[in-house]
Design a protein. Structure first.
Length: 518
């Protein structure tokens, strides 16, 4: 019996199966597979376990963040009006009326002429409206770390720079306002979203649960890694590469022992694998000319279609369903046995199925860039060729190099790749220097183009982490904000500016970190 006959007889025996005898496109295979999948149900999920999962509820803020106005700097809480006119040449003094660490609320009030020593994050005491950072007081040279307040209380503080109202104050609700819709249902929970949930005090959220995927390798030639190598045998790499891919997509992989090529062994393993599974993935036994028991068992136990997909590697593919003992119908993805083909079909079809179950919609599609091929990418037989490539950004352009021999058994071609360069079905070859699409994979992503330097100077912007105050003859000439890396240029800018002011008797340049927003 030929492959075509076998496929045909299976399709006529089983009307629900979708069993074309001819090749189908990658897109069609994907569409048919995805028709069997939907997002799974939601479950309460502890925050740290939810990373990569999809939020199944809307999150609203029960309170504002920060809850109270608080200080962005270590320093002194003052009435801004009390600091008017303070300069390095003619500073003024305020009496210190208290101390406040982050985590406490000051129960008194900052009266006229008074200051409260305050640490970053502590709520602004009543009466105060600005923070003078240590760097603008006589504490600028002191070692704050080793000087607990209760051991060396101060009676007064020298203020060297006048404070604007609201200087260094972080406003209540600056981040989140009470009642705000903070995260929408459907949001993928990454590290930042999980941080936001924690900042709202939530220990667990409703998230779409992770699919459970059973992985089964089949073949008499296979040995588990760790066993001694025997003549004629190879190690089972598919179980490990496929389980790792499955876990990297956000599903939970369960691996079974290798099934030998007997009807009994394979049947038993498949039934074992169905329990508790949302998807069962097998590898091997689906290729043309492979008339072993795998196909027989798959057909007898489930409703399986054997497809020929117009792609390389990965032409033979089986897809269908198995009835589980609890009445559920479990989708089955039968991947080819060759290690690269198994991984590539998992990348294209398994990933799409798992992302769909995770509720991530079409985000399974990998980002694709246009790259210049450094090597010839040859299409041997009119199938879409996914060549394993390493993509690099050179002078702002992507260059794709093949990672060595491209045989379906050459697994190192995968391990060296950070992209799949695509030679379309109707193109014989992409020649060196020609453009091609490269699907980027998560491994060692190429570095982004170096961003243009932020131009500093003129005003304090959000990018400025260094503030430079220039005073000539006791008068403030200007204040600039600079990103740290621009400090050299800032000094040059000041020299230019001073030329315009004339030659002062004294020049004071005060450079400080702007805030503790580190
Ligand atoms: P098959 O589809 O059974 O004809 O397998 C195709 C090729 O893939 C053969 O060379 C197998 O030895 C190889 N192969 C099958 N399963 C695995 C596996 N789990 N790990 C590594 N190679 C495999
Ligand atoms: Mg085999």
């Amino acid at each position: 019996m030929t492959q075509e006959e076998l496929t045909y007889s299976a399709s006529t025996q089983n009307a629900r199966s979708i069993l074309p005898a001819d090749m189908i496109s990658v897109e069609e295979a994907c569409e048919r597979i995805l028709a069997q999948f939907a997002p799974l149900d939601a479950a309460p999920t502890p925050l740290l376990e939810a990373r990569g999962q999809v939020l199944a509820e809307e999150i609203r803020a029960g309170f504002s963040i920060p809850p109270l106005d608080n200080t962005a700097m270590d320093g002194y809480a003052v009435r801004a009006a009390d600091t008017e006119g303070a300069t390095y040449d003619s500073p003024l003094n305020l009496s210190v009326s208290g101390y406040l660490a982050a985590g406490s609320v000051f129960d008194g009030e900052v009266g006229p002429g008074e200051a409260v020593r305050i640490m970053t994050g502590a709520p602004i005491p009543a009466g105060a409206d600005a923070i003078v950072p240590f760097e603008e007081t006589d504490e600028q040279d002191e070692d704050h770390v080793a000087t607990p307040w209760d051991q060396s209380p101060r009676e007064s503080v020298r203020i060297d720079v006048e404070a604007r109202p609201a200087a260094n104050v972080r406003r209540a609700g600056e981040d989140i306002r009470e009642g705000d819709a903070v995260l929408a249902a459907g949001t993928v929970l990454g590290p930042a979203q999980i941080g936001v949930l924690a900042s709202l005090g939530l220990g667990a959220v409703q998230a779409i649960r992770r699919p459970r995927v059973t992985i089964l390798s089949t073949g008499d030639e296979l040995l588990r890694p760790g066993q001694p190598l025997e003549p004629g045998k190879i190690y089972d790499s598919n179980t490990f590469s496929l389980a790792s891919l499955v876990e990297s997509y956000g599903a939970v992989a369960r691996t079974l022992d290798i099934a030998t090529d007997t009807v009994e062994a394979l049947t038993a393993r498949i039934h074992e694998g169905l329990a508790d599974a949302d998807l069962i993935v097998t590898s091997a036994g689906v290729s043309r000319g492979d008339f072993d028991v795998v196909k027989d068992v798959l057909e007898r136990e489930g409703e399986i279609g054997f497809w020929t997909v117009r792609m390389k590697p990965g032409k033979p593919l089986a897809f269908g369903t198995f009835p589980a003992s609890d009445g559920r119908t479990i989708p089955h993805l039968g991947l080819p046995g060759n290690p690269v083909s198994a991984m590539m079909t998992m990348e294209l079809f398994g990933r799409a199925a798992i992302f769909t179950m995770l509720g991530k919609g079409a985000t399974w599609e990998r980002p694709t860039v246009r790259a210049t091929a450094a090597d010839r990418i040859r299409n041997t037989d009119g199938r879409r060729f996914y060549a394993r490539a390493f993509v690099e950004l050179v002078d702002g352009k992507y260059i794709a190099r093949l990672t060595g021999p491209q045989g379906s058994g050459v697994l190192t071609s995968m391990s060296l790749a950070n992209g799949y360069a695509i030679c379309p079905e109707d193109v014989d070859a992409i020649e060196p220097g020609e453009q091609c699409d490269v699907m980027l994979v998560d491994r060692e992503a190429p570095l982004p183009e170096p961003g243009a330097l932020i131009d500093g100077g003129g005003e304090l912007s959000d990018e400025s982490d260094i503030a430079v105050t220039l005073q000539a003859d006791g008068k403030r000439v200007d204040v600039w904000g600079f990103p740290t890396e621009m400090i050299g240029r800032s000094v040059l800018a000041m020299v230019e500016l001073l030329k315009g002011v004339g030659v002062p008797k004294s020049v004071q340049i005060n450079i400080r970190r702007r805030s503790n927003d580190d």
